[in-house]
Design a protein around this ligand. Structure first.
Ligand code: VGL
Ligand code: ZN
Length: 213
């Protein structure tokens, strides 16, 4: 099935977690993470509606390895809602690391959705926390405003972008992931797994050149 990938009235650009801590020099730097900024800035100009997410953890968050004595970043533990990868402390509320990359064109964003603010639950997806049941409210926002298709960009492809894309598809939205507007952490094959999962959920993975903006 071919799809018209030119952004129109029912489309939003959902920009995931383009924050200092996910860029080179940050606490959880995604390789080449800042390379998404100029691509996203260019694309955003072609969308009437731009939404941003911001990973926004309280100090002592359960996803931080430092909250679990003897544990190290990138290990996986079992928590109340299942497996949880442990991360270096990152995107602490109000910190410089949690701020958007300074060159990200955020002025036109009409919604900033923060996530991961419950100390006991991580939230990769912009739609559901990692317990997979606590909703962020984004579905309601999109539906209430009549949006039908979500284009995704940002960081990291294999975690927050993938979870968001998969949930968006499950919520019944058409989903387009703009591959060169994303960068991955790629832990133990997580990028390949994430791409398969997004495709399986019905998301289209396209290059930014397919958007004609
Ligand atoms: C993310 C790990 C932890 C992401 C956020 O934005 O992909 N990854 N918190
Ligand atoms: Zn996080």
């Amino acid at each position: 099935m071919t799809q018209d990938t030119t952004p129109g009235r029912g489309d939003v650009l959902l920009v995931i977690d383009v924050q200092n801590d996910f860029c080179p020099g940050g606490a959880l730097a995604v390789p080449d993470g800042d390379a998404v900024v100029p691509v996203i800035n260019r694309l955003a100009g072609g969308f009437e509606h731009v939404l941003l997410t911001q990973d926004w953890h309280p100090a002592g968050h359960t996803s931080f390895a430092s909250s679990h004595p003897g544990r190290h970043p990138f290990e996986t533990i079992e928590v109340a809602y299942g497996a949880q990868t442990l991360w270096p402390d990152h995107c602490v509320q109000g910190s410089t690391g949690a701020a958007f990359h300074r060159d990200l064109e955020a002025t036109r964003a009409e919604l900033i959705i923060r996530k991961g603010y419950d100390r006991a639950i991580d939230s990769y997806s912009a739609f559901y926390e990692n317990d997979r049941t606590t909703a962020t409210g984004l579905t309601g926002y999109l539906r209430t405003r009549g949006f039908e298709r979500v284009f995704l960009a940002g960081l990291a492809t294999d975690f927050c972008v993938a979870y968001s894309a998969t949930d968006a598809a499950r919520e019944g939205f058409a989903v387009v992931v703009i591959e060169d507007a994303c960068r991955a952490i790629d832990l133990d094959g997580s990028l390949a797994a994430a791409k398969a999962q997004m495709s399986e959920a019905g998301a289209s993975l396209v290059p930014s050149s397919a958007l004609a903006v």
